[in-house]
Every structure is written in structure tokens, then in C-alpha cells.
Design a binder for this molecule. Structure first.
Ligand code: BTN
Length: 247
């Protein structure tokens, strides 16, 4: 369970203060939006009945299988918010790597990949100067419990390794790492974490389709945009959107 009792003993920083837990809720995002809570407030659940993904999609999981968490942040207004999804994605990738002892990658702009499959997604929502960063990690689902028909083929830590994982330990480790990475980003911007990010850039050099156009991904740039070269030879930087890759 991701109850306060299970998770709080793994928390030593300011993220997770307060720590809101519901055994089941519609979406952890809703527990923090317009809550007036301080930066670092966290909401977690063992099951969402209306989990939200990016681009209007749903995020579904069997109860008790996943890490489902939202974190409230108050970043300075002038900062580029899409960068925050990359900060969170890198924190998730490092957390996953430490747990499964396999290399994880960040698929721009907001997915975490293991063995070329998506194990986690991030949804950052801005409202009134606060950002709610929602993170879903597929942890203990079996293959047949993963969603069908997702644009990027899904996996869980369990399907990737054959082992089950303690979700509370994972969440504690994620929140510590996210806090450290967020602080680096506040101080130094994306440059401060670019070493880790560039080394885990899943799309680099891959054949992709960006908004329907065939292209090759060049790299995640230091400002968080994705540089691509279209098949007609145009080099451009994408701000956001969805990129599909050829498996
Ligand atoms: C995506 O890949 O499209 C983003 C998925 C984000 C899912 C997480 S689970 C916790 C939080 N609550 C939600 O409703 N969504 C995010």
C-alpha cells in the first residue's frame, strides 16, 4: 500500500509534507489542484477510477499495482514549465534503474522507457501559478493487466524483470530524487541535469513521426525542446506534442 504509514518512513526531505493518501480516488491530480497546499505536498493512491494521461487520454491500472502520485510545485513564473516534465522523467528513470538494475530512458517529452517499452508517464498541469506533476509507474502488473492499444507499447517493472517490487519503497526513493533534481533545476535550469538527461535520451537517432511527418530525432536540446530532422531535410525544434517511433 502507499498509505502514510508505509511511505512516510522513507521520506526525509520536504517533498511529502503533507502526504495525502486515499486508498482509491478519481485522480491524484484533483487532490492537489487549487488545494492551497505548500510546495512539496504529495497525493498518492492505490487505485484511480478516472486516471488522466496526456493529450486527453486515460491512465488505467488494476488496484494495488502501480505508483500513482502527484506532487505540488510552485516554480518561479518565468521558468519554462515543459522542462519540469523532463526533470520528473529523469527522476523516475533513475529511480527505476536503481530498482531494476537495467538502463531506463526518457522518451521526450514525458515517458520513461525500459526495454523499448513505456513503464511510466508524466502529466504536468499548470493552474494559477502552481504546477501539479502527476506520475504513474507501472510496477507489478502482469502482461495481461497492461492496457491494450496504447500508442507506445507498455511494460511494467514486473514484465521487464519477472520480479515484483515494494511500491512504497519506490515512491519514497522517487520523491527524494525528484526533490533533489527539482532543486538543481531551480538553481541551474535544465543544464544542471542535462548530463543525466542526454545520456538517457531514448529518441536520439531514432526514426520517428512527429505530427504525422517522418523524421529522425536528433536530440533533446539544453532548453528541453526536441531537435529533429525531417525527411525533407529541415532541422527544427519541437516544443511539445507526441512523437511516435518505429520499433
Ligand atoms: C501519460 O503518459 O499520458 C501521463 C500519465 C500520468 C498518470 C499519472 S498517475 C498519477 C496522476 N494522476 C492522474 O490522473 N494522472 C497522473
Amino acid at each position: 500500500m502507499l498509505s502514510s504509514e508505509a511511505v512516510e518512513l522513507h521520506l526525509r526531505g520536504r517533498f511529502g509534507k503533507p502526504y495525502l493518501y486515499e486508498p482509491e480516488c478519481e485522480s491524484t491530480q484533483q487532490l492537489l489542484v487549487d488545494s492551497g497546499l505548500p510546495e512539496g505536498a504529495v497525493a498518492a493512491t492505490d487505485h484511480q477510477t478516472g486516471g488522466r494521461g496526456r493529450l486527453g487520454r486515460t491512465w488505467e491500472e488494476p488496484a494495488g499495482s502501480s505508483v500513482l502520485v502527484s506532487v505540488l510545485l510552485h516554480p518561479p513564473a518565468e521558468r519554462r514549465l515543459p522542462e519540469l516534465s523532463l526533470v520528473a522523467a529523469l527522476a523516475v528513470a533513475e529511480t527505476v534503474e536503481l530498482a531494476v538494475v537495467l538502463a531506463a530512458q526518457v522518451k521526450w517529452p514525458n515517458d520513461v522507457m525500459l526495454n523499448r517499452r513505456k513503464v511510466a508517464g508524466i502529466l504536468s498541469e499548470l493552474s494559477d501559478g502552481t504546477v501539479v506533476v502527476g506520475i504513474g509507474i507501472n510496477v507489478n502488473q502482469t502482461r495481461d493487466q497492461l492496457p491494450l492499444g496504447a500508442p507506445t507499447e507498455p511494460a511494467s517493472l514486473r514484465t521487464a524483470t519477472g520480479t515484483t517490487y515494494d511500491r512504497a519503497v519506490l515512491l519514497g526513493s522517487l520523491l527524494m530524487r525528484l526533490e533533489r533534481m527539482y532543486d538543481v533545476w531551480l538553481d541551474a535550469g535544465l543544464d544542471g541535469i542535462y548530463g543525466g538527461l542526454g545520456a538517457r535520451d531514448f529518441l536520439r537517432g531514432r526514426r520517428i513521426t512527429a505530427d504525422g511527418e517522418p523524421a529522425t530525432a536528433v536530440q533533446i536540446l539544453r532548453d528541453g525542446r526536441l531537435e529533429i530532422e525531417t525527411d525533407s531535410g529541415e532541422v527544427k525544434a519541437l516544443e511539445s506534442g507526441e512523437v511516435l517511433f518505429a520499433r
